[in-house]
Write a protein that binds this ligand. Structure first.
Ligand SMILES: CC(C)(COP(=O)(O)OP(=O)(O)OC[C@H]1O[C@@H](n2cnc3c(N)ncnc32)[C@H](O)[C@@H]1OP(=O)(O)O)[C@@H](O)C(=O)NCCC(=O)NCCS
Length: 172
């Protein structure tokens, strides 16, 4: 007799549907998105940036920010905020909501900001990253960023510990 598995075994129970990165749009963020940005940031960073901080950054003439949006109603599932000054650009904050990670959105956000920096005639793109942030370090390395410096005990963690920041740079 054929060994047919009963319903709801590991063999046939359906996995929850995977989020569809193909339905995510990358849009330029404006001050109106500050609250959504703060909510998304809060889920990823401690301490988080509040709405007022995002409003302040987005009001700055050199700021460039992209948000990854999807769904109906639309929600923000990722963001990147950068700053352009003279011929240098910097990534100030960047993240993808946990349930949307490993789907290529981080790469798309960095590449979008990189194109914006190139259009602004920046020659280098800089960022700081904690030296123990493996996912981000792998992503930046894949995108060609190089290690150009270290800031000792730059990040203060909620548990009182500190982490060094690596300064990375990409030639545009
Ligand atoms: C870092 C971060 C933005 C990456 O976003 P993401 O959407 O998951 O990244 P992507 O799906 O575009 O990943 C691109 C590549 O980066 C690497 N990568 C990303 N996350 C990784 C992980 N957890 N482990 C190993 N490699 C990883 C992989 O090479 C991946 O390609 P692959 O999935 O084909 O193997 C996300 O992990 C995050 O929001 N982390 C918390 C906030 C943060 O640390 N921000 C950066 C501060 S400097």
């Amino acid at each position: 007799m054929k060994n047919t598995p009963p319903p709801n075994t590991a063999d046939n129970k359906s996995d929850p549907p995977k989020n569809d990165a193909g339905r995510v749009s990358m849009l330029w963020a404006t001050i109106e998105h500050a609250e959504e940005l703060a909510n998304c940031h809060k889920s990823l960073f401690d301490p988080p940036w509040d709405q007022a901080s995002f409003e302040q950054f987005l009001a700055h003439p050199g700021s460039t920010a992209l948000i990854a949006r999807t769904g109906n109603p639309q929600e923000t599932v990722g963001f990147i905020v950068g700053q352009l000054a003279a011929d240098e650009a910097e990534i100030l904050t960047f993240g993808v909501r946990k349930d949307w990670q490993r789907l290529g959105l981080g790469r798309r956000l960095v590449e979008g900001l990189k194109r914006a920096a190139q259009r602004g005639e920046a020659k280098k793109l800089f960022l700081e990253v904690a030296d123990d942030n493996m996912p981000a370090l792998v992503l930046y390395s894949r995108l060609g960023f190089k290690d150009v410096g270290r800031r000792q005990a730059y990040y203060k963690r909620a548990d009182g510990k500190t982490a060094d920041a690596l300064v990375l740079s990409l030639t545009l």
